[in-house]
Design a protein around this ligand. Structure first.
Ligand SMILES: C[S@@+](CC[C@H](N)C(=O)[O-])C[C@H]1O[C@@H](n2cnc3c(N)ncnc32)[C@H](O)[C@@H]1O
Length: 390
């Protein structure tokens, strides 16, 4: 612990920097002492082998990734060789972790100064990597540079602890991926190792840019554009946003229909109009929308509906597809993936078996798809129109 600021009588926010974390890579946090203690007990800190496979800089000879200048976007990442769906792309621990709670409790200028000190105390290589990142449009002072880098590059992270506040986290090596409303890669966070993983969610051709989505992709074009402009200061030029108006109009209609059907599929009461055919339409709308990063949810809903009418083999097929897509998009610990594994193994014993026909409701065992305790994906994709990070 390097320094603490007290807010009122109770809350205290402190700078914690470890220069030995992850084999000397280092990490800096601005958070409460209680939360720092929780973090220090995670396997990331206590298990010597937990990070053995992580934090590997891309090998210039072997890596499929090329970091290049992209017109209109500054730096970006492109594929050097064909990439297949599910291919692992990168996995790194954070450099900087800032607790949202600090913004609630301390005066803004104090938080900005503390953030700067977190960065300044990092081991020099990590500090260099952080300060080399994009500010989007430049900075006139060091404190402003640190803040703008944070705003431009931080991910929203949920630690799955008791604390109500999320975290603003920068993984410098993962910061060069640009946004696309229909991206070909996705990321998920492991709260025990503090590692953010990036995987391809569909095949990527040589020379194609590898992208992530910074926002909930289930928004109409106008809402996506507004959000990206307001938060990141750029007008999206992805293929979906720049289609002719009749095509963007059709896309917006599909998104509206997805949102309407979703409320039926999430309703496990007798008043729901959900059917397997409705779930199939839902899945088809995701496919038409090229929503590879969310399609595991559509497969999961379809698995539940087919199981709900006593069609175990169709349920199993959709559950297996939900697992396959989910492993790349949200990881093996995600509750939707775990739920689909249990359905695929034993559809007859799953809570959804005959759910829609017998009206046999076990409320305590039901949960909605996409509402699991996963990290940034869940809040990022299903929250109200609040600020998000890439
Ligand atoms: C996380 S950084 C991505 C990497 C960044 N391009 C760089 O040079 O380091 C986010 C910033 O990249 C730029 N960016 C990302 N996606 C973009 C897009 N689709 N169109 C234009 N600029 C984009 C914006 O300046 C944004 O604030």
């Amino acid at each position: 612990m390097l320094k603490c600021l007290r807010s009122g009588r109770k809350l205290e926010y402190c700078i914690f920097v470890s220069s030995t974390f992850a084999g000397g890579r280092g990490i800096g946090l601005l958070t409460s002492p209680e939360r720092a203690e929780y973090v220090a007990k995670l396997p990331a800190f206590t298990n010597a082998t937990a990070l053995a496979l992580e934090n590997k800089d891309p090998d210039p000879e072997l890596s499929p990734l090329d970091f290049v200048h992209i017109p209109g976007k500054d730096m970006g990442v492109v594929a050097k060789r064909p990439i297949y769906r599910g291919d692992h792309l990168m996995s790194f621990t954070p450099a900087v972790v800032i607790d949202y709670g600090a913004f609630e409790s301390l005066p803004l200028q104090d938080v900005l100064n503390l953030q700067m000190e977190v960065v300044d105390h990092l081991p020099s290589q990590m500090r260099g990597r952080y300060l080399n990142l994009s500010t989007h449009d430049g900075a006139t002072s060091h404190v402003e540079r640190v803040e703008k880098i944070l705003k431009t590059n931080a991910f929203d992270i949920d630690l799955w602890d008791e604390n109500e506040y999320g975290l603003f986290v920068v993984f410098p090596e993962l910061s060069r991926f640009n946004h696309d409303c229909r991206p070909n890669a996705d990321y998920w966070f492991d709260p025990s190792t503090l590692v953010q993983h990036i995987y391809a969610t569909r095949p990527i051709a040589v020379g194609e840019e590898i992208s992530l989505t910074y926002i909930d992709p289930l928004r109409t074009r106008a809402r996506r554009q507004k959000k990206l402009q307001n938060v990141w200061g750029f007008g999206c030029s992805c293929s979906l946003c720049t289609q002719r108006s009749e095509l963007t109009g059709a896309s917006d209609e599909r998104i509206e229909q997805i949102l309407q059907i979703r409320t039926q599929l999430e309703d496990y009461t007798t008043s729901s109009a959900a059917t397997p055919q409705m779930a199939d339409l839902f899945l088809s709308l995701y496919q038409q929308e090229r929503l590879d990063v969310l399609i595991h949810e559509a497969y999961a809903f379809a698995a539940i509906e087919w199981n709900g009418v006593g069609e175990p083999w169709k349920a199993m097929k959709h559950a297996r597809l939900a697992i396959e897509y989910g492993l790349a998009a949200v990881g093996s610990k995600d509750q939707d993936v775990v739920e689909m594994q249990s359905l695929a193994e034993d559809p007859w014993g799953h809570w959804s078996w005959m759910l829609r026909t017998q009206k046999r409701m076990h409320w305590d065992r039901m949960r909605s798809i996409g509402a699991s305790s996963r990290s940034s994906m869940s809040s990022r994709y299903h929250e109200e129109d609040e600020d998000e990070a890439p």
